[in-house]
Design a protein around this ligand. Structure first.
Ligand code: PLP
Length: 399
């Protein structure tokens, strides 16, 4: 029996660990395309997409069909056995990435844990002290102990010490600072190809190319965390293609299976030499259900016409956001981002805009307190953008 919104909120608030900051008092029930519906039937245009997860929107027929038919055949089997779904997904990602091997996990944090282990183990092959990992301030890499340490935002780390050793931080887009911290002891530089959680900061100019050159100079691996920016969101399948730089390791998660939990890291065949059977593993990772979903998402997003749509709709959306920036110069500091990972930095806290949009049936997000973040499904149309822009215009006018 369907319960009332009030009853569900009370139950969850009583029994669920209260770790999520700023939860909305809304119970979501179902979705279709770019729309989601709450427990009382109210419709919302969803420009958050489960935080960059529902890349094909809600109820995408081919994805639903693949998950349903795989669930009927077999939901899970141990990695002691092979499945076609896993072999297919690995083959596709290896072909698209130009890298050599794929590994599937269950989340972004877990994908990054695997990447960190790969980098450490690879470094240790040449020198037991080659273990330094450099990440960026303002980055976000996950909530496990190592990825929390990689995350260059001290407030996430408070109370969790002692943290794993060997991490150093630099300012994103500052190549001189990076060089000053690197040496033969650096085993990896780990960066988001576009910073998401930290306020939507794309790389400037040739920054990523220069990072690649420094990594080559010091024999360090370049790890791109594309958990948020990958899977077509930047307008290319991998965000690094947008910037013309190939990493040694790339991680994926959020959008990879369109909402079914999954994570992945891909590495070169050279890096893969650091692993022998038994060195890494997972019970659930790469199971046939998740991989069946991933196969549909990969096939759909990698189509040139699909990626062209992302670029076109991004330009349209961006133009409209720039229009609002021009209309509200006191309120809007900057519009930035790439593809459908866009941010609007306000001069004031963004919560009022998010709540105002929500009241008017539009879901957007705010990160770092004052950066409105837009990570919609990649299938949005101009009319969806118009709906969101109208709500945002209203919200900004009421500041
Ligand atoms: C969300 C995110 C993660 C963590 O992913 P989880 O699935 O929540 O563990 C890691 N890196 C980036 C860039 C992210 O946006």
């Amino acid at each position: 029996m369907k319960e009332t919104t009030k009853a569900i909120l009370e139950k969850d608030q009583k029994d669920y660990l209260p770790v999520f900051g700023g939860r909305y008092g809304i119970v979501l029930d179902h979705g279709e395309g770019v729309k989601v519906y709450d427990n009382d039937g109210k419709e919302y245009t969803d420009f958050l997409a489960g935080i960059a997860v529902n890349v094909l929107g809600h109820g995408y027929p081919a994805l639903v069909e693949a998950v349903a038919s795989q669930a009927k055949k077999m939901i899970h089997c141990s990695n002691l056995f092979y499945t076609q779904a896993q072999a297919d997904a690995a083959e596709k990602l290896v072909a698209l990435s130009g890298l050599g091997k794929a590994f599937f996990a269950n989340s972004g944090a877990e994908a990054n844990e695997g990447a960190i282990k790969a980098a450490r183990k690879y470094g240790h092959m040449t020198d037991p002290d080659k273990s330094q990992i450099i990440t960026a301030w303002n980055s976000f890499h996950g909530r496990t102990l190592a990825t929390l340490t990689a995350t260059g935002q001290p407030h996430y780390q408070e109370g969790c010490g002692p943290l794993p050793a060997g991490f150093d931080y630099v300012h994103y887009n500052d190549i001189k600072e990076l060089e000053s911290k690197m040496s033969g002891k650096t085993c990896a530089v780990m960066l988001e190809t576009i910073q998401g959680e930290g306020g939507v900061y794309p790389p400037k100019g040739d920054y990523l190319k220069q990072v690649r050159a420094l990594c080559d100079k010091y024999g360090a691996l370049l790890i791109f965390d594309e958990v948020q920016a990958g899977m077509g969101r930047s307008g290319t399948f991998f965000a690094y293609e947008t910037y013309g730089v190939v990493p040694d390791i790339v991680t994926l998660a959020k959008g990879l299976a369109g909402g079914v939990p999954i994570g992945a890291f891909l590495c070169t065949d050279e890096v893969a030499k650091a692993f022998k059977p038994g060195d890494h593993g997972t019970t659930f990772g790469g199971n046939p259900l998740a991989c069946a979903a991933a196969n549909v998402v990969i096939d759909t997003i990698s189509q040139p016409a699909f990626l062209a749509h992302v670029k076109e709709i991004s330009a349209y959306f961006r133009g409209k956001l720039d229009g609002l920036a021009a209309k509200y110069p006191q309120l809007v500091k900057e519009v930035r981002g790439q593809g459908l990972l866009l941010g609007m930095e306000l001069t004031q806290p963004g919560a009022a805009a998010v709540n105002d949009c929500l009241a008017h049936g539009v879901i957007i997000n705010c990160t770092m307190g004052n950066v409105l973040r837009f990570v919609p499904p990649l299938i949005i149309t101009e009319s969806d953008v118009d709906t969101v822009i109208a709500a945002l215009d209203g919200a900004l006018s009421r500041y």
